[in-house]
Ligand binder design. Sequence first.
Ligand SMILES: C[S@@+](CC[C@H](N)C(=O)[O-])C[C@H]1O[C@@H](n2cnc3c(N)ncnc32)[C@H](O)[C@@H]1O
Length: 466
Amino acid sequence: MEKLDESKFEQRLQLLALRIPRAFASAVTRLLRSGCLLDMPRVKPVVEDPESDKNRLVVLSEKIQNPDLSDIPEQVHNSLKQLCSVDVVPYSLTLGYSYWSAGHVAHLNIPDDLLAYRDVIAKVIYDKNSPRIQTVVNKVGAISNEFRVPKFEILAGKNDMVTEVKQYGATFKLDYGLVYWNSRLEHEHIRLVSLFKKGDVICDMFAGIGPFSIPAGQKGCIVYANDLNPDSVHYLKTNAKINKVEDYIFAHNMDARVFMQNLMIAPDPEAKSQFATANSSSEETVCANEHSMPNGNHDDVQENCQESLDGSSVVNTTAKRRQETSSEGDVACQEEDANQTKKRNNKKVKSSGPLPVKPWEHIDHVVMNLPASALQFLDCFSGLIQKRYWKGSLPRIHCYCFIRSSESEEFILCEAQNKLNAKIAEPVFHRVRDVAPNKAMYCLSFRLPIECLKEETEDNIQSADG
Ligand SMILES: C[S@@+](CC[C@H](N)C(=O)[O-])C[C@H]1O[C@@H](n2cnc3c(N)ncnc32)[C@H](O)[C@@H]1O
């Protein structure tokens, strides 16, 4: 048998690092986070300086290759110089052959010229890293299915792809063979969630197993999370429970367009009018603006969240409950009044958890992480939101996409505007990571243009009113 040449699996990266005074490590990291910092799973970008414990080394992205830092954006470079003293030093990083792993699974991409040795390679990796690594897999072919799940062959260890990984303090359980997972997006997940505020309403149209939704829930956001892959939704619900945010996450399993359309369906106006006549207008305002579930029923906060986690849609829940109890809104409003004077004695409402929201009235952010085709889904926003229900500013859309070196941001913007049928004001492109020599992943963020609101015509008001 040929001898295994381990070095064939080692990747040696020649990088640059900034030697900075120790006390400035956090500030410098924050400054460089959007694209200039080393972004690799399980590799810390801030390390000890072997020459002095008064300093630390902040490792730069492999994209930054000029020691004069001329490939760092000028503004960032200037802020850096003002912040503290900085020395640029070479930094060599070696990734061993056991580098690629998620939980107990070591994930290899064995090149064609070494495929003949894959079993021996896998065995060595397994033996050297067991018990931490219990399964060694090799990716087979390119990802082509709509769930974005790679195909793997199991080379060593047990045939078990269910594992747990940790990101920013959250635990994610997943079956590597059934759902999409990419550890390299950790920084992007953190970056986007850092834009959300407690209490924000988030729609995660392509949620996967929840790397945006779960930390958003942990932050106190209400998240409507959806994925077409039933296995992803299964793990999304599991992860919501593991991370104790099940009250904040409404999980759905449907096509993203249908999901958005369903979320925007306002409740039966007939029931609303009964609600209105049964209550004074001020009571109705309290219910509508603050604590109402889609059906206006305050008793069902926990139950409704649980129902959503069990897979039923908000709309179905709404429709069902509205038919059942046209006077429940009445009761709910009275109870809400009582709650405000701290006299209410209702166990379910008393229990902890988020207050319910009405997505057709307000959403703060929409996350669209399906870079290969999310732009195509933007057409679903045209005429989606009904002006007469909406309150406050329109949502910010975060649409992921790929941009090839032959394409420009303007080109992508045009495509997005064509799909929306509206002009986007102040688009922000954030470069997430390079995925190939000529292709990078970006996040295009913008506020939904007002032209996308559904026009109020006599016809559509009447048909909506039944
Ligand atoms: C690139 S993954 C992103 C998952 C997750 N947001 C993350 O960052 O890990 C895209 C997800 O979109 C889902 N998906 C693909 N087509 C979809 C569709 N038409 N509607 C809803 N989800 C879809 C896939 O199953 C996959 O989980």
